[in-house]
Design a protein around this ligand. Structure first.
Ligand code: ZN
Length: 184
């Protein structure tokens, strides 16, 4: 076997191993490979021009636009804080697939849902998660968790931090989408 061929086989093997590691470690990749049509349908679907408020019994007039307000460590607020009693259900603003259900330092207990237009909807500071798992396909209004103040919200009243992320573009301000001001 020539050195060149061996090199090529080595390259293909390395690529296969990297792909396997990616699929095993990255929920999105795993979901993509298990249901490629549905996931691609989301990525190529149209992003919504308006969204329901993800917290029960909150009206648009109660929402406050805190987009890009200063936050600790020189960060800027990349979302909206929706205040409500602890334990109030948090519902998905879109259909899509659960790509994260876990904990991180800032967000505490969090859920991320990949929705139409390839947008990722981020629900943070949850008191607890609903009965959902990564890979679950959910509808608009499916309960993903319950309002709390986990993560760096421990010293604030319970609220949902809701953010909308895009793959290659900056995050979106949810406020106009939730209040109906975004139009189409
Ligand atoms: Zn926030």
């Amino acid at each position: 076997m020539g050195g060149r061929l061996r090199e090529r086989i080595g390259f293909v093997l390395a690529a296969a191993v990297m792909l396997a590691v990616l699929v095993a470690s990255e929920p999105r990749a795993r979901i993509l490979f298990s249901e490629p049509r549905r996931v691609l349908g989301l990525y190529f679907g149209t992003a919504p021009s308006g969204l329901p408020i993800p917290v029960d019994d909150v009206e648009p007039a109660q929402l406050v636009d805190s987009w890009h307000a200063p936050r600790s460590g020189g960060r800027r607020h990349e979302g909206i804080d929706i205040f409500a009693s602890r334990g109030t259900p948090v519902r998905s603003t879109t259909g899509g697939v659960v790509v994260r259900r876990g904990e991180n330092r800032l967000g505490g207990r969090v859920v991320s849902v990949l929705g139409p237009g390839g947008q990722t909807h981020y629900y943070a500071h949850l008191d607890d998660w609903a009965d959902i798992e990564v890979g679950d396909w959910i509808d608009v209004g499916t309960t993903v968790g319950f309002v709390g103040n986990s993560g760096n919200a421990a010293t604030t009243p319970p609220h949902l931090h809701y953010g909308i992320y895009r793959r290659t573009l900056p995050p979106l301000n949810p406020f106009p989408l939730l209040t109906g001001a975004a139009g189409s």
